[in-house]
Design a protein around this ligand. Structure first.
Ligand code: UT7
Length: 332
C-alpha cells in the first residue's frame, strides 16, 4: 500500500536568537572543556534566547520568514502545527500565540509534543491534511527554547542544547515526482524516563520540593539514549529506503536530527554514504530539539545541496522514545 502523501514543502526558513555561546564561554560556567564537548558531541557553539524570549517568539520569526520567502499572505494559512517541548506556557498552545502574531486569521492549530522527533511528527500530521485535500496551505513550525529547562549543574546534558526555530510551508503536490513519498514513526514509551522533565505537569505540579529537587529541568541518561538513537536512526533509515525500493545511493541528502555527531556518523556508516550526503550543522547550533531538521533544511538550501527532484531523507530519534523518518522528493 502506498503511503505517499500528496503534499510538498514549498518553503523553509529558520531563526536562531543572536546570542552565541561558544564552548569556551561554557567553560566559565560549567565544569567542562571545549575539547570534551567537541570530541564527544561535535558541538562548537549554540544560540541562547535572551530572557523574555519564548518559543513562540522564535517560532513567529521563522514563520514570518517562510511567509515572506514564499510570497504567502498570513490569511492564506489554514492550519499551524507547532512541535515543541518548551511551550511558552502549558496553555494556550504556542500555535495560538504564533497564529495571532503573524495574523493568520483563518488558521486553526495546535502544539505537538514529540521532543526531538517533533518536527517529523508535525510534518506528517500537517501533510495529511494537505494530502487529504482539505487544506491548501499548512505551516509546520519546530521551535524550542531548551535553555529554559537546562540544569547548568548537569554538565553532561546542559552543554548539548541550544535554542532555535524552523518553519516550512506545505502545499498540495501535483505530481508523484514531488512531495512526501513515505513516512515512518514509532514510539517506545519504555524509554520515557531516560530523557524527561519530571515536574511541572499534573503528576508533579510546581512546588518548593520540585524546585529544590531540580525537577523542572531535562533529566537524561545519556548513554541509554545514545545507544537507542544509534540503533534506531540507522535501522529506520535503512528500512524506509528498502521498503520504497531505494538504496542509499539514490539519496541526494539525509537531514538527520542533530543530537550528537557520533550518532549521525554511526547512521552514516550503516548507510554507507559519503559526507556530501549528510547535513551536519550541530557544530553551529547544538541540539535545538524540534528545530534541528528545519534548520538543517535551511542550510541545505543555502549551501545548494538540494535540487528539485532530489530524494531527501529526514530522520530523528528523541525523548519518548519517539522516532521519525520522512522520505521525499524535493519540490523546488
Ligand atoms: O536529542 C535528544 C536525544 N539525546 C541524545 O541523543 C543524547 C545522547 N547521549 C549523548 O550524546 C552522550 O551520552 C553524552 C554526550 C550525553 C555523554 O557522552 P558520553 O560519551 O556518553 O559520556 P559519559 O556520560 O559516559 O561520560 C564520560 C565521562 C564521565 O567522566 P568519568 O566518569 O569517565 O570520569 C563524565 O563525568 O565524561 C564526563 N563528562 C564530562 N566531562 C567534561 C560528562 N559530561 C562532561 C562535560 N565535560 N560536559
Amino acid at each position: 500500500m502506498s503511503r505517499r502523501i500528496a503534499a510538498k514543502i514549498t518553503g523553509v526558513a529558520g531563526y536562531v536568537p543572536p546570542h552565541v555561546v561558544t564552548n569556551a564561554e561554557l567553560e566559565k560556567r560549567v565544569d567542562t572543556t571545549d575539547e570534551w564537548i567537541r570530541s564527544r558531541t561535535g558541538i562548537r557553539q549554540r544560540h541562547y534566547a535572551d530572557p523574555g524570549m519564548g518559543t513562540s517568539h522564535l517560532g513567529t520569526e521563522a514563520a514570518k520568514k517562510v511567509l515572506a520567502a514564499t510570497g504567502t499572505r498570513p490569511e492564506e494559512i489554514e492550519m499551524i502545527v507547532v512541535a515543541t517541548v518548551t511551550p511558552d506556557m502549558m496553555f494556550p498552545a504556542t500555535a495560538c500565540l504564533i497564529q495571532d502574531r503573524i495574523g493568520a486569521t483563518k488558521a486553526w492549530g495546535f502544539d505537538l509534543s514529540a521532543a526531538c522527533s517533533g518536527f517529523a511528527y508535525a510534518l506528517t500530521v500537517g501533510a495529511q491534511f494537505v494530502g487529504a485535500g482539505t487544506h491548501k496551505k499548512v505551516l509546520v513550525v519546530g521551535s524550542d527554547v531548551m535553555t529554559s529547562i537546562l540544569d547548568f549543574k548537569d554538565r553532561a546534558t546542559c552543554v548539548l542544547f541550544g535554542d532555535g526555530a524552523g518553519a516550512v510551508l506545505l502545499e498540495p503536490a501535483t505530481s508523484p515526482a514531488e512531495g512526501i513519498l513515505d513516512f515512518a514513526h514509532d514510539v517506545d514509551g519504555s524509554g520515557g524516563t531516560n530523557l524527561y522533565m519530571p515536574a511541572g505537569g499534573s503528576l508533579h505540579p510546581a512546588s518548593h520540593e520540585t524546585v529544590d529537587q531540580r525537577m523542572h529541568y531535562v533529566h537524561q541518561e545519556g548513554q541509554q539514549v545514545f545507544k537507542y538513537a544509534v540503533r534506531r536512526m540507522a535501522d529506520m533509515a535503512c528500512s524506509i529506503l528498502e521498503r520504497n525500493g531505494f538504496s542509499s545511493s539514490d539519496l541526494a541528502l539525509v537531514v538527520p536530527h542533530q543530537a550528537n555527531l557520533r550518532i549521525i556518523r554511526a547512521m552514516q556508516e550503516r548507510l554507507g554514504v559519503d559526507d556530501a550526503k549528510i547535513l551536519i550543522n550541530i557544530d553551529h547550533y547544538g541540539n535545538t530539539t524540534a528545530a534541528t531538521i528545519p534548520l538543517g533544511l535551511v542550510d541545505a538550501i543555502e549551501q545548494k545541496r538540494v535540487r528539485k527532484g532530489d530524494l531527501i531523507l529526514l530522520i530523528s530519534v528523541g525523548a519518548g522514545y519517539t522516532t521519525g523518518a520522512i522520505l521525499m522528493r524535493w519540490a523546488y
